[in-house]
Design a protein around this ligand. Structure first.
Ligand code: HMG
Ligand code: MG
Length: 301
């Protein structure tokens, strides 16, 4: 098919982006089981947790315990968010081998999410990148609000491109473009990627689409046409963002996988095992499964 890649990598961010938003306590054992289930389903990259302030995101406080207990498969990347040196040091102490820093394309969101300006966040990331590289740890970069901000509305693609350029220049191996509130549409997504790709090679971009407005699959398809090969998604569509009111979870991994399977694009992931993983965590949380593919498949089983 025109412009379509033969393979795509999915990063399951459910254990982090999904669970960070849950106010009910979740046992470490349940988080570990979720990560292990995702490994068993064939995910090559799983975002396991965050080393952030427990006052800001209480649910991620046990991330070191989760890392200590998961069954890490060689060749699979298990990563964590680290907003500053304190986070990186805690992650390294927990044996984490891949971390992510997270910036925003909107000043208002940067303040609400990490309590500093965009420029200050980039300054804070510099020693994190240096120390991680020293330790041989890969660093991914996120940008929130690339297609709209819950506090300031429109965000210019110029601003996104600027932040992407800085994250890439400071050594992030990949820059994940986050549609935090899910307001983006395919035309805007394509235009954004074209703009950002003037600074960061398309092979080093990822798409991170929350599905609040039901546009995520269309935006992923649009991104595929633009040469993006890596997408973040959340099993069972878990989650939201604590600093973006009303935001729903990431697009469900099951739904993305079903679409990619239909396009004949390889991922290495087993859809049935993935559906089992999503069904189990949805049951633990007492939540309706957020994947339409999973709901349809489970109803037909
Ligand atoms: P701050 O209050 O400015 O930090 O928060 P501080 O350096 O002034 O420290 C204040 C307190 O926090 C101190 O403790 C520090 O020790 C502690 P106290 O002395 O008061 O007891 N602290 C930490 N504790 C544990 N781990 C740390 C850490 N750093 C400081 N790493 C900070 C700044 C960034 C820490 C805070 O704002 C924070 O933790 N924010 C969390 C933000 C977050 O996790 N958001 C959700 C993830 S991002 C997201 O979901 C978007 C994404 O999915 C993409 C998209 O969809 O857009 C990635
Ligand atoms: Mg997110």
């Amino acid at each position: 098919m025109q412009n379509m890649p033969s393979s795509v990598s999915l990063v399951d961010v459910g254990p982090r982006d999904g669970l960070q938003n849950e106010s009910q306590p979740i046992a470490v054992a349940d988080k570990v089981r979720l990560v292990d289930d995702l490994t068993a389903a064939g995910l090559q990259h799983i975002e396991v947790g965050s080393f952030v302030s427990p006052k800001w995101v209480p649910q991620m406080a046990g991330s070191a315990d989760v890392f200590a207990a998961i069954n890490q498969q060689s060749g699979v990347h298990y990563s964590a968010l680290t907003p500053n040196m304190k986070g990186l040091e805690a992650a390294l102490a927990a044996g984490v081998r891949e971390v992510a820093v997270f910036a925003a394309a909107s000043e208002a969101f940067s303040q609400r999410n990490i309590n500093c300006s965009i420029a200050e966040s980039i300054e804070r990331f510099a020693p994190v990148l240096a120390a991680a590289q020293e330790a041989g740890v890969r660093v991914r970069g996120y940008i929130s609000c690339v297609l709209g901000c819950p506090y300031q509305g429109d965000v210019s693609s110029e601003q996104v491109a600027q932040v992407a350029r800085e994250l890439h220049a400071m050594g992030c191996y990949e820059v994940s473009l986050g549609d935090t509130i899910g307001t983006g549409t395919p035309g805007a997504t394509r235009a954004l990627i074209e703009r950002v790709a003037q600074h960061v090679p398309r092979e080093q971009l990822a798409g991170h689409f929350h599905d609040t407005y039901g546009q995520a699959l269309a935006n992923i398809y649009a991104s595929l046409l633009e040469g993006v090969r890596v997408f973040d998604s959340s099993v069972a569509g878990l989650g939201g963002c604590p600093y973006a009111k009303g935001a729903t979870g990431n697009v469900a991994t099951e739904d993305v996988l079903y679409m990619l399977n239909g396009l004949g694009i390889e991922t290495g992931i087993d859809l049935d095992l993935l559906i089992d993983a999503g069904a189990r965590i949805s049951q633990v949380l007492g939540r309706k499964n957020g994947s339409r593919v999973a709901r349809a498949t489970l109803a037909a089983r």
